[in-house]
Design a protein around this ligand. Sequence first.
Ligand SMILES: *Cc1c(COP(=O)(O)O)cnc(C)c1O
Length: 363
Amino acid sequence: MNYGRTYNFSAGPAMMPEPVLEEIRDEMMNYRGSGMCVMEMSHRSKVFQQIVDEAEADLRALMNIPDNYKVLFMQGGATLQFAAIPWNLMKNGKAVYIETGAWSKKAIAEAKKYGEVIVAASSKDRNFSYIPDVSDLDIPEDADYVYICENETIHGLTYQQLPNTKGHILVSDQSSMFLSKPCNVADYGMIYAGVQKNVGPAGMSVIIIREDLIREDLDPKMPVYMRYDIQAANGSMYNTPNCWAIYCCGKVFHYLREIGGLEEMARRNEEKAKILYDFLDSSKMFRGTVEKKDRSLMNVPFVTESAELDAEVVKATKAAGYDNLKGHKSVGGLRASIYNAMPKEGVVALVEFLKKFEAEYNK
Ligand SMILES: *Cc1c(COP(=O)(O)O)cnc(C)c1O
C-alpha cells in the first residue's frame, strides 16, 4: 500500500519495517482480544508478560544469546548506560576506553565521574575518520573492562575487528548497529543499544550482560533503577518498564527472524551500503569522509567541496522527498543513515538523485 511515506535517512529515531508498523496498527484498538491497546495494559498482566517473554525469546534466538547472559530492557536511553556501566562494572575503579568519535567521548566523560579512565587508543588526531589499531593495547592488569563504541553514528565508522582485550571483558555500545549483522555474544562481557536507531521507538535500551558480571556489592547511593542486579532479579520490571517500546521491539525481533535472521539482514545491509559507497567513490562532487576500511554499513557521512554546496544539496534532497540528510552539527556535510529498515529502493533512489544533481551542476 502507498502511504506516502518518505525515504527517511534520519540517524535516529529512524525508519521501522513497514510490515511491523502495519501489524501494530492492526492491533492498536484491541490487542489480540484483550479488549485494550498495549499502551493501556498493566505491566503486571499475564498478556503483557507474554509480550515481554516473547520479545526476549525472539531476541535470544536471533542473536544466539548464550544462557549465561541476561537480557535487560531499561529506560534512560544509551546515555543512562554511560553512567550505569562504570557504576556497576568498576570493581577496581579503573577501565580502558577507546576514543573514536562523539559517542565514545561522551561515554568517557561520564565514566570519569566514577573512576579512572585510561584512553588506550584514539583517532582524534584525524577528526575520527578511522578506527585506531587495537590489536596490542596497553591495558593495566587490574582494569575492569575495555569499552568501545562499535559503530560511531555521527562520524560513520565501525570496527571490522574487535580489540584484543588481553583477557579483560569487552563492553560495546552497539546502538547504531544492533542487529545489523550476526554477532558472537560470547566475545563480549556486555553489549547494549538504545533501540531508536536500528530497532524501534525511542525510550529504551537493550542490555545483554554476562551473569557473573552482575554485582550486588555496589555503591549504596546508586539509584536503584540503575542497578543491573535489581533489574535482572525483577525481569526488567522492578518498576513500570517502557511497555510500548518492548512491544514494538518484540515485533521487530520477530520480523527479523522471519526474513531470515541476521545473516540475511547483513547481506541486505552490505548490498545497500555498497550502492552508496560505490557512488561516492566514483563521484567528482561527493566524497566519503571515513577511511575505506573502517566505513560503517549504517551511517554514511559525505561532503562536497564546500559547506555552501553541502547545504544546497541537503535542501534539494529534502525538496525531492529524501529526509534528514543533513550531517550532525558537530561534523557538517551530509549523512545518510541506512539502517535495517531502509529499503534498497531508498538508497538506489537517493543515489540516482545525487547523480542527477551532480550532472546538472556541472552543465
Ligand atoms: C544515539 C546514540 C547514543 C545515545 O542514545 P540515547 O538513547 O539518545 O541516550 C549513544 N551511543 C550511540 C552509538 C548512539 O548512536
